[in-house]
Design a protein around this ligand. Sequence first.
Ligand code: NAD
Length: 497
Amino acid sequence: MTNKIVQPKTSIILFGATGDLAKRKLYPSIYSLFLSGKLSDNFVVIGAARRPWSDAELRENVKKAIEETHLSNERIDEFCQHFFYLPFDVTNTESYLKLKHKLEELEAKFEIPGNRIYYMAMAPQFFGTIAIQLKKEGVTQSEGWNRLVIEKPFGHDLPSAQKLNNEIREAFSEDQIYRIDHYLGKEMVQNIEVIRFANAIFEPLWNNRHISNIQITSSEVLGVEDRGGYYETSGALRDMVQNHLLQMVLLLSMDPPIRLATNEVRSEKIKVLRAIRPISTDEASDYFIRGQYAAGEISGSEVPGYRQEKNVKEDSTTETFVAGKLLIDNHRWAGVPFYVRTGKRMAVKSTKIVVQFKDLPLNVYTQKSEDMTIHPNLLVIHIQPDEGITLILNGKKVGLLGETIPVDLEFKNNSIDGVNTPEAYERLIYDCMLGDATNFAHWDEVNLSWALIDPISKAWAESNEEIEQYVSGTMGPKSSEQLLSNDGFKWWALKDL
Ligand code: NAD
């Protein structure tokens, strides 16, 4: 089946155009869409930010950002002709009126029928103000569609998320709001649905009769770098678990949707979120543990501990590592723990899902000799840096003893020549242009996920216990191992998978 490429005619208004996200992710992604023919000539990008730049300065910066990527720069000048800059003060009415006029002028010139994406790539405290002002000053009253893209974090707890949502809902309806969770734009995260719903062999096994536990790990080798100030207000639970890791749990655990349509997928995700067992503040330590990196060694170089990082308090209790257990109380998953863990300064940079199948009811090999063990069957979904799947089965070890040995059936994108998977942002921006919100978070998902996470944050905020330290370059604190061994499981070593 070949699909004709749709080229939406769109204006993108990028709030925070001089910032880090715009430079590292958004400009290269929009350029990549341009190179692959997904943008017609009928598009403009208006960069809005505080600095008094000119169009030429913005274009120079866009060019520089793209030159730092692997993308060919053969059409870069042509691309940059679609970029315009507007010095912008988010609290000033005048800025919005100027934006309105600029949009009308450019839409006439580039023949764009008033379709507008407002992309919030600046500090979250401005999201609500901008949305309200856009409506108040009539910017959103165009002939075409108007969509709002919101970056993370969407609040820092349930009350702040509700407040932000109420503000943006004053100006945009839920179906105009695209809450970014860039994990949902990743090739292999989207592939979870394909693995589950396009293969006859997995779905019959995808339940508590055949799966013993599921482990999701997103580990980084880097520390907080120069984002200590931001990280101190966030921590791994809010930064990674509330959004990205929970979204992966939902994709792995939801029932098959009746159609791959936005509302159908969302409604299955919300159903499973509602079935996740709530964790009260009192019992938080039975389900979630935290840690903070201490000094250590990474690739032969010494690295400082979290408390020694720039803009981090000397006695900070911010967690740089989290491991947790989620239980889903429904027919499909009752009794199957979903373990999640994420952290900075860990031994490997990796995002992987390990689905561990139950042991056989009778192991005839162990019966034959106690030395013979059978490896559990594992399905490993590699999200990054490798992309692919590995199915670990047992085979016969060559020789006369009749021993078994784990064998891998492996498929990796990176090992296929010419495959260059698109950036998550590229896919999500294009989805937004097409009006496809499937891979964005609905308010109900955000709402329920904060409700789940808040009691854990509260337990940690109120705790007098010293935060457990782990040596940089390891896979986290001891209590993370304990969390699984209490249930008779262990984290599978990522480097071996
Ligand atoms: P940044 O600090 O690098 O950029 C902020 C931008 O906002 C700049 O363009 C600045 O000029 C503009 N700005 C700030 N105050 C303004 C004001 N009063 N009026 C007009 N413009 C103003 O931030 P960033 O790292 O690009 O992050 C932007 C957003 O994206 C944040 O919500 C962040 O949480 C989110 N995010 C960033 C990353 C990343 O990799 N950088 C990843 C995920 C999410």
